[in-house]
Ligand binder design. Structure first.
Ligand code: 5AD
Ligand code: SF4
Length: 477
């Protein structure tokens, strides 16, 4: 068993994570000479759970490890370093990740030098780090969401000096530029435009695990996108927990609508963004979207609940009426827009009437699709203190009922596409049928279609001939 190394021993604190500090440090990523070749001849594997933010972080980890000389591998048995990048939004992901860590630890019998690391959102939670320290002695490296740029020194300590590294910062406001990235996709890229979240929805752990809202400078975002255009990228997705709050922390008057306006003038063919908060979505943003030809007609606008009472208890700061008004504005400005959402059922003491308000709202908005979740209690959040009277069984039943409604509405929305021509960025041969290609339309609809394999990586026109609940079928024209 390895010893704890005092230089790298910092545990998280949720109470400290709740505080918002003013200072934002801007750091330029560099690798000290001492670490430059420490990975030569060795392999790494990064396993990713959770949201697109984590996907983007994993691409940074892969970039840093590659710069250190490590090679990417896909089989855990071949790896010298395995990093598990984790999600803390719901507890089911946590259960899975501890199982995964246990299984991976058995590889140490064959390769005693294997470094097993856990990073991302879970280590930002006090109870998770305590559990790792007490029960998972096989974990060598623990770091959080704020210190990917310190990977070179952590790897050096853990791999070469055989020390156990635990370093989780709870309250930092850093923005680190120029972290190298190895992107998984050669045509579609994630771009962080901001980090953190200041919304504090009462059920959500993210403001604690990802820190305060901090926006990247627009110049850096635009430069990154222009580079991607040169490399042949066709699509970028701008990432933030609440992109509509972009710029609020900058000391100039520059907001998300301004960023969209500028990005619409770049040569990037397709621009998407996620995720949005209804309370901060303004008319200027909708207008900039409608004007920009390269801004896709898709809006992911999490509503969470259709009951005003529950929205209030969730601290969402908008009403059902205000939400519906935003949807109207979006549809007025972009008649073919698709609107998707996130919904939580079974928030503490959600009544049958509250739940039915959600079903009614769903049908009224006619969402194209939704990510639906059963409320999951997150220790340290305000909602975790509420005494809940609704049974788990009832919550599961509500989820199933909601899913049935989402399927019915998706089916009817998708049917409206039959006979229309949509523009598709072609990803690959379809996973389920090799006679078909697959890609996404401007409206973010999955389209499986008959077409020319040479179209992979290109944007093509596809005539829609059929519709299913989760995808459209068609032929390239
Ligand atoms: N329980 C269930 N779902 C949650 N989400 C966030 N926190 C929780 C929680 N504690 C959902 C929200 C959010 C999405 C990313 O995850 O719907 O929009
Ligand atoms: Fe969580 Fe709300 Fe922030 Fe989204 S906006 S990350 S749901 S606190």
């Amino acid at each position: 068993m390895k010893k704890n190394y005092s230089k790298y021993f910092k545990k998280p604190s949720l109470s400290s994570a709740r505080k918002r500090i003013e200072k934002v440090n801007k750091i330029e990523f560099t690798i000290a000479k001492k670490y430059e070749k420490i990975g030569n001849g060795k392999n790494f594997l990064v396993k990713t759970y959770g949201c697109q933010g984590n996907e983007a972080d994993s691409e940074k980890m892969a970039g840093v490890l590659t710069k250190l000389g490590f090679n990417n591998c896909s089989a855990p048995e071949e790896a010298d370093i395995i990093l598990v990048n984790t999600c803390a939004v719901r507890d089911n992901a946590e259960v899975r990740i501890f199982g995964e860590l246990g299984r991976l630890s058995s590889l140490k019998r064959v390769n005693p030098n294997l470094i097993l690391g856990i990073c991302g959102c879970m280590p930002q939670e006090e109870n998770v780090v305590e559990k790792i320290l007490q029960k998972c002695h096989y974990v060598d490296l623990v770091f959080g969401t704020h210190n990917i740029h310190k990977l070179p020194e952590y790897i050096y300590a853990a791999y070469l000096q055989k020390e156990r590294v635990v370093e989780v910062f709870s309250n930092v406001g850093d923005i680190v530029e120029n972290v190298p990235k190895i992107r998984k996709n050669l045509k579609k890229a994630w771009i962080n435009i901001m980090y953190g979240c200041d919304e504090f929805c009462t059920y959500c752990i993210v403001p604690y695990t990802r820190g305060k809202e901090r926006s990247r400078k627009s110049e850096n975002i635009i430069l990154e996108i222009e580079e991607l255009v040169k490399e042949g990228y066709k699509e970028v997705t701008l990432l933030g927990q609440n992109v509509n709050a972009y710029g609020n922390d900058l000391d100039i008057n520059y907001k998300f609508a301004d960023l969209l306006e500028e990005l619409s003038k770049t040569e990037m063919k397709r621009i998407r963004f996620t995720t949005s908060h209804p309370k901060d979505l303004d008319l200027r943003t909708i207008e900039a979207m409608a004007r920009g030809n390269n801004i896709m007609e898709h809006f992911h606008l999490p509503v969470q609940s259709g009951s005003d009472d529950i929205l209030k208890k969730m601290n969402r700061k908008y009403t059902k009426k205000e939400y519906i008004h935003l949807v109207k504005l979006l549809k007025q400005h972009m008649p073919n827009i698709s609107i998707t959402t996130d919904i939580i059922v079974g928030f503490p003491n959600e009544s049958r009437e509250d739940f039915e308000d959600t079903l009614t709202l769903y049908r009224e908005v006619e969402f194209d699709s939704a990510f639906t979740f059963v409320y999951s209690k997150r220790e340290g959040t305000p909602a975790a203190k509420l005494v809940d009277t609704v049974s788990e069984e009832e919550k599961k039943n509500r989820l199933h009922e909601l899913i049935e409604v989402t399927k019915e509405v998706s089916n009817s929305k998708n049917n409206q596409y039959i006979g229309k021509v949509v523009e598709v960025l072609v990803d690959s041969v379809s996973k389920n049928d090799e006679d078909f290609l697959s890609g996404y339309s401007r409206e973010n609809k999955l389209v499986n279609f008959k077409g020319d394999v040479n179209s992979i990586g290109k944007i093509v026109s596809v005539k829609i001939t059929g519709a299913k609940t989760f995808y459209l079928k068609g032929e390239e024209i």
